[in-house]
Design a protein around this ligand. Structure first.
Ligand code: TTP
Ligand code: MG
Ligand code: MG
Length: 451
């Protein structure tokens, strides 16, 4: 019975190889076999990813592009095409859903699949893993690596071990041999600090960690973290694969006590809703690829319009701009008032996938949250100077300003110096650099809400 027991889990982890670069090599065959680097091409650009040919020169994700150019002067440097990557990722997810209803996308190019109990339908799991691997390669045209193991922790490590282009299976009886030589830093939840603390005590590999007594781990790290390390060292992990099969979306709606007639009022309200929705999106750790608006007129006719974004975002200004553009795209009945407005965000992808050059919007989101937490739930409206805002003098995010950012925010976007008194209400917030997607020469106005 033992190993054939119905409770034994089988989790698959898939991750595409050098994802953005591989898609570029797929679409432009002349780039195959050449060092391809995808990322921000501007002066302060950062590498999103490098093909394995470019990695041989020491180029890797998150490195400044300028440095990558020095290391790999003959590399082909390309700007990312997110819509295309999302298309390939969607094909991958569709293939996975054919094998199990429980698929958890972890970032754009990777996912967990719970294959437990699929044997009756698809045959032995080892064969299913091979079939998934083959189908993704042939149907997307992009190489990927797969790991198959009794849990998520081991499945992810297995797909890493299989890179590039391989498949690795960890059976229950192989766990110790598979984990022992790995550095402790490879374990989920073991960050640089824990790694250092362990190294100071002579613990470098998972094998070393396994030999440390549970009571000693407790005394070093406390009961909870100690117990967790003990479990990780043995490859134990019960966390479930979270299916995201139900299409998730986030929306904000308001029915107005008095109908809105003027287009500028409608646009202003839509912006507020968009910023509120973007803020929830960021709090829940998502990026959106689709923005929707909903308009209900006083005669109860209701219209929705939506647009697909060129790249996933939680940037409140970009989302607000899309919402207003949608408003202006359709017919307007100036004589019939607007009774209800809504902004919805869909096509959500986990924010763990956040291209490096999109980090600044994160700081903007953090700045907005900082102000909200100081001044209450909805203290802000948001607009662009020159769009007829009533008090454009209040707090301008100057898209050209570079210098004072650090004086305003620490790296997590929290304000320094606490307090948050009334005197700070009118202080200008500044973005740390100019590459944040706000059109040049347009600032961003943060307005305390009236009343
Ligand atoms: P990863 O799966 O981490 O990396 P990869 O697919 O490029 O390479 P590997 O073969 O090692 O899996 O990330 C997937 C994509 O996400 C990557 O192609 C580009 C993007 N990305 C960034 O934009 N910035 C980053 O810092 C990282 C790590 C990835
Ligand atoms: Mg990858
Ligand atoms: Mg990945």
């Amino acid at each position: 019975m033992g190993y054939d027991c119905a409770m034994a889990r089988w989790i698959l982890h898939v991750d595409m190889d050098a994802f953005f670069a591989s898609v570029e090599q797929l679409d432009r065959p002349e780039l195959r076999g050449r060092p391809v680097i995808v990322g921000g091409l501007g002066r302060r650009g950062v590498v999103s990813t490098a093909s394995y040919e470019a990695r041989a020169f020491g180029v890797h994700s998150a490195m400044p592009t300028a440095r990558a150019r020095k290391l790999c002067p003959h590399g082909v440097f390309l700007a990312p095409r997110f819509a295309r990557y999302e298309e390939v990722a969607a094909t991958m997810r569709t293939i996975l859903s054919a094998f199990s209803p429980v698929v958890e996308p972890l970032s754009l190019d990777e996912a967990f699949v719970d294959l437990t109990g699929t044997e009756r339908l698809h045959g032995p799991v080892e064969r299913t893993a091979g079939e998934i691997h083959r189908r993704i390669r042939t149907e997307t045209g992009v190489p990927c690596s797969v790991g198959l193991a009794p849990n998520k922790l081991l499945a992810k490590l297995a797909s890493e071990a299989a890179k590039p282009g391989g498949a690795h299976i960890v059976h229950e009886e192989d766990v110790e041999g598979f984990l022992s030589p790995l550095s402790v830093s490879r374990l989920w939840g073991v960050g640089p600090q824990t790694t250092r603390k362990l190294a100071e005590r002579g613990v470098h590999t998972v094998g070393d960690l396994r030999r440390v007594d549970a009571s000693l781990l407790h005394s070093w790290f406390g009961p909870a973290a100690g117990a967790q390390l003990w479990r990780l060292a043995r490859g134990l992990d019960e966390s479930p694969v979270h299916s995201t099969r139900d299409a998730k979306s986030i929306s904000q709606e308001v029915t107005y006590p008095e109908d809105l007639f003027r287009e500028e009022d409608i646009a202003r309200e839509l912006r507020q809703l968009a910023v509120a929705a973007a803020s929830r999106l960021a709090e829940e750790g998502w990026l959106a690829t689709t923005v929707r608006i909903k308009i209900r007129w006083a005669d109860f006719t209701t219209r929705t319009r939506q647009v697909r974004l060129p790249e996933p975002t939680d940037h409140p200004v970009l989302i607000a701009d899309e919402a207003v553009a949608l408003l202006r795209r359709g017919e307007v009945h100036p004589e019939v008032g607007v009774r209800l407005l809504g902004v919805g965000l869909a096509g959500l992808v986990a924010a763990t996938f956040r291209p490096a050059h999109l980090f600044v919007p994160l700081q903007l989101g953090a700045a907005l949250q900082q102000i909200r937490s100081r001044h209450g739930a909805h203290p802000l409206s948001l607009g662009v100077p020159g769009e007829g805002h009533p008090r454009p003098e209040v707090g301008i995010l100057d898209s050209g300003a570079k210098d004072d950012a650090d004086a305003e925010m620490d790296e997590r976007g929290r304000g320094r110096g606490g307090g948050g008194g009334v005197g700070e209400r009118n202080r200008a917030m500044r973005l740390p650099n100019s590459d944040h997607g706000i059109p040049p020469r347009q600032g961003l106005v943060l307005l305390p809400t009236r009343g």
